[in-house]
Write a protein of this length. Structure first.
Length: 160
C-alpha cells in the first residue's frame, strides 16, 4: 500500500498493531453512507457513520452508528453523562476533528474525544468505518474499534 493512502486513522491502527483491511472506492465528493453501502454492495447495518456532537457542557463527543439509522440525541446524551447534545454544524467538522465530511472517522482525530459506538456493532465480526478520507473505508473488528478509540458501546439509534 502506498504511503499516500495512509490516513491518521490507519496510522493509529498500525501503531496499536490492530489488524484491519482497507477498501478504496472511486468517489470525489461527499455521498451519504447509505448510498455508498448500496453502491458497494455492503450491508448498511455493518457500515457505520461517524457523528460529532457538542454537549451542554461544551465538550465534544463522537458517536458511531449504522449508516441507515438516526442518532437519538437523548440516548447519546445519556451515554456520555450530558443533559443534552447537539450535532455540530458541517462547517465545523474539519476544525474540530481534522477530517472532512464524508471522511470523518472515530480514529485519529486532532484530539481524542469521548467516543460511543452503537451496541449493534457487537453483532458482527467486522464492521466498516470511514478510512479518514473520502473514498477509503476501514474494515475491522468492533472490539478493536473500541480499543483504538477508547470507546464504549451504548444504544444510540432512534427506535425504528
Amino acid at each position: 500500500m502506498g504511503k499516500e493512502v495512509k490516513t491518521n486513522a490507519m496510522r493509529l491502527l498500525d501503531r496499536l498493531n490492530i489488524p484491519y483491511s482497507i477498501n478504496l472506492y472511486d468517489c470525489k465528493e461527499f455521498i451519504d453512507g447509505s448510498s455508498i453501502a448500496r453502491q458497494l454492495g455492503q450491508p448498511p447495518e455493518r457500515s457505520f457513520k461517524t457523528l460529532v456532537a457538542q454537549g451542554k457542557s461544551g465538550g465534544y463527543f463522537v458517536f458511531a452508528l449504522p449508516v441507515g439509522r438516526e442518532l437519538d440525541l437523548k440516548k447519546a446524551a445519556a451515554s456520555v453523562g450530558e443533559k443534552s447534545v447537539s450535532l455540530i454544524p458541517v462547517k465545523e467538522i474539519n476544525r474540530v476533528t481534522g477530517y472532512i465530511r464524508g471522511g470523518c472517522t472515530p480514529l485519529g482525530m486532532k484530539k481524542a474525544f469521548p467516543t460511543v459506538v452503537d451496541q449493534s456493532a457487537a453483532d458482527f465480526d467486522q464492521i466498516i468505518i470511514s478510512g479518514g478520507r473520502i473514498g477509503a473505508q476501514i474494515l475491522l473488528a468492533p472490539g478493536d474499534l473500541l480499543k483504538a478509540a477508547n470507546a464504549v458501546y451504548a444504544d444510540l439509534a432512534l427506535n425504528e
